[in-house]
Design a binder for this molecule. Structure first.
Ligand SMILES: Cc1cc2nc3c(=O)[nH]c(=O)nc-3n(C[C@H](O)[C@H](O)[C@H](O)COP(=O)(O)OP(=O)(O)OC[C@H]3O[C@@H](n4cnc5c(N)ncnc54)[C@H](O)[C@@H]3O)c2cc1C
Length: 422
């Protein structure tokens, strides 16, 4: 590889929205960033893909805080110069279904959801007030937690001590623990947990209430969808990075970090090329980043702790192309969560038992969310059906490649497809 790839101020590993936002923010500050991406498309989980004129997203269904006053929107507008537009999903961003046709729309604004829950659970109005107060406190404590981590040294320690009670109270306890304290009706607890798949949560006895609160809170004032689909993030951010002298290099896997005198000074690519820059940023998660360190550093206490983190839950998605007026059959821009039971800790589909079906389904219709969907004008629509799964049944094929999967893989895929379709 030519040495011209060594001309950049910084290297960013991974072109997911984290890596692209990082590189674009640096571009705004006059820095040229080289983004290295192992896949052949930029965007990570914000990629979209098309078949026969239909377009689907792989990892984005809705975003909160994208209204004119939204914090996330303000950051994005700074990054993009306001170049992206977002379409609101409507009043109900999530519609959750439970057995016996018990359905609760999660409606905006927050007061509407509070009212909806109180009308469905009239004996629990005081508890619902307490729960929303807890959400506020947890979100506030979360800001303190993130600020503490951003401050270094003594200042961070003092700031952390100052807020430690609130942080421990809401982030140091599990979602199940807090809900058990505040909410007596198990069905209301199940409704309040219905969106836990949003943060990859499958067992409320293991997730931090703080994370659950932040994600629930994120959508309380409504949800939006990027006009043009999720791929518009990369379409918009990549030129901004390039205009500042940066570049995106696809099909390029980083194999290792080069460390000199305790500092990351470069990366080693899969073809052995070494690239250097003043600073290296990683968008591939703490666990994967530690895996790029030299062996001796991987044995340090902090690295061992990060390596001990278990991977999050896996998922499968069925991508459907539909023809006709799907709105007249009940589809809308809302997301739908279908819970097969009132149980709150069995959201994972254990696929190795092929007699089972997914206990929770998430269903979304991107073409109804996007006013500029390419297929919509022709009454051609898209649907995405997502289920959380365990990884074990797929582990044996982890070294096979996209174009070269064995027959058993295709057979299992057909079983999954039929089950989700049914
Ligand atoms: C099914 C699903 C639905 C979701 N729906 C929503 C939603 O509706 N709303 C929402 O806000 N969030 C949603 N999310 C979450 C959201 O998509 C992610 O949190 C976000 O996109 C993660 O961005 P990232 O930059 O952190 O990581 P990623 O998007 O995972 O990007 C990491 C990139 O690094 C690359 N990479 C990894 N290792 C290397 C290496 N060694 N060398 C070079 N490149 C490497 C990867 O190929 C990837 O492109 C969803 C996620 C999933 C899975």
């Amino acid at each position: 590889m030519s040495s011209s790839w060594n001309r950049f101020d910084v290297i960013v590993i991974g072109s997911g929205i984290g890596g692209l936002a990082c590189a674009a923010a640096l571009a705004r500050c006059g820095k040229a960033a080289l983004v290295l991406e192992r896949q052949h498309v930029a965007g990570g989980l914000t990629q979209s893909f098309s078949r026969d004129g239909f377009q689907w997203d792989v990892g984005l269904h809705y975003l909160g805080e994208m209204g004119p006053e939204g914090e996330a929107r303000n950051v994005l507008d700074w990054l993009t110069g306001g170049a992206m537009t977002f379409a609101p999903l409507g009043n109900a961003y999530d519609i959750v279904h439970f057995p016996d046709n018990f359905t609760v729309p999660f409606t905006r604004p927050r007061a509407a959801l509070e009212g909806e829950l109180k009308s469905r659970f009239p004996d629990c109005t005081t508890e619902i007030d307490a729960l929303f107060a807890a959400l506020d406190e947890a979100v506030h404590a979360g800001r303190a937690l993130f600020t503490r981590r951003a401050l270094s040294g003594l200042l961070g320690d003092i700031y952390g001590l100052w807020h430690s009670r609130a942080i421990h109270k809401w982030w140091g306890r599990t979602t199940a623990g807090v809900l058990a304290d505040l909410v007596s009706d198990p069905r209301l607890r199940a409704v309040l947990l219905a969106q836990q798949g949003d943060h990859g949560g499958t067992d409320p006895a293991k997730t931090s209430f703080g994370i659950h609160a932040v994600v629930m809170n994120h959508y309380l004032n409504g949800a939006w969808y990027p006009v043009g689909g999720a791929k518009v993030f990369a379409d918009t951010l990549v030129p901004i990075i390039e205009q500042a002298g940066g570049a995106i290099k696809l099909d390029t896997r980083v194999e290792a970090l080069r460390i000199e005198d305790g500092e990351a000074t470069g990366v080693v690519l899969d073809d052995g090329t070494v690239l250097q820059a003043q600073a290296i940023f990683s968008d591939i998660g703490a666990h994967n980043t530690v895996g790029l360190l030299p062996a001796e550093l991987q044995e340090s206490a902090w690295a061992k702790e990060i390596r001990s983190f278990q991977p999050s839950v896996s998922h499968v998605t069925l991508y459907l192309g539909l023809e006709g007026d799907i709105g007249s059959h009940g589809a809308s821009a809302s997301n739908y969560w279908f819970h097969e039971s009132w149980g709150t800790s069995d959201g994972v589909w254990r696929i190795s038992d092929q007699a089972t079906s997914a206990p929770v389904l998430f269903v979304s219709f991107p073409s109804l969310k996007d006013p500029e969907s390419p297929s919509r004008g022709h009454q051609r629509h898209t649907a995405e059906v997502v289920a959380l799964t365990d990884w074990e049944p797929f582990a044996r094929w982890s070294h096979s490649t996209l174009q070269d999967r064995p027959g058993e893989y295709a057979a299992l895929k057909a079983v999954i497809e039929q089950s989700l379709l049914a």
